[in-house]
Design a protein around this ligand. Sequence first.
Ligand SMILES: *Cc1c(COP(=O)(O)O)cnc(C)c1O
Length: 356
Amino acid sequence: MLDIKITRAETLKQKPADNVLGFGKYFTDHMFMMDYTEGQGWHDARIVPYAPISLEPSAMVFHYAQEMFEGLKAYRTSDGTIQLFRPDRNIARMNNTARRLCIPQIPAEDALCAIKTLVDYESDWVPHSEGTSLYIRPFVIATDAMLGVHPAHNYIFMIILSPVGSYYAGGLDPVKIFVEKEYVRAVKGGTGQAKCGGNYAASLIGQDKAEKYGCEQVLWLDGVHHKYVDEVGSMNVFFVIDGEVVTPELTDGNILPGVTRMSCLDLLRSWGMKVTERKVTAQELFDAHAAGKLDEAFGTGTAAVISPIGELVDEEHDIVINGGKIGAISQRLYDELTGIQWGKREAPEGWIVKVK
Ligand SMILES: *Cc1c(COP(=O)(O)O)cnc(C)c1O
């Protein structure tokens, strides 16, 4: 068990009302920190008041982006229980990301202990309204004051918490997506399967371009052929083509292995549906639509759970999927996942971890 020293904030903040939360705008009173020093390992686990941190301007994270993060949520159920959804999956992924970025491993039991202890300590911050939750953002940064390019010898692991609103305050509105053929998010052999800030920095320009085309998000294609679908925005992507559920396979390492993606696959298979992980080209989507066979399309991720795609656009096409409305499979997955997360439906073995 991790020994966590707690320093209580002298004054606590006023909590925002549930209806103004949005995403990632407010932070709780405390945060978790733990230092890594080469030769000593991880040490000085502590919960301290949420506050700015001080780093050397030469700290490696600022220059070479040796940084990684995770994202999961704590949910309040109707009986007041606070629970996490498959945190073991996030922690396993965190250590896979760490390996790719030459960041030292964090023992899984220590990471879970840190998350649970901080969420429990801040449990008053888990909002109560329907669809709201407490977003948990663990991250690691390289702190060596050093401009040479090599893996750092010193790191900080931190966890911050942010109460977030219901993603769908106005219902599950399908979004308009731009098929991006110029910029790519990830390439084979790169960091696509790692959850790191660098991937996001590289994706901003695509997002910007999509907005110029009147779209909300980007459909990312593979970095070699600019042909196969990778992801949508910062979500994994699913299609229902002629009754078969299809999602891009993870084999090339350029797709982030989402916990929501994995959970959708598990649920769909448990329902006896035909599900395939394989390569899908953007052309196949346009062709399937022309043949009347593109039934549904949706993104999956922790923030939105299921995000229906209502329209796909590129320089030559503009197609509307399922009449611009959420499809039956998307809706069923959304209801089941949110039901499990907020404790209204029975969870498969091991999916729910109670904080207290
Ligand atoms: C975090 C993330 C996802 C979704 O993963 P979840 O575990 O389902 O939240 C998908 N794509 C990218 C690029 C991500 O960073």
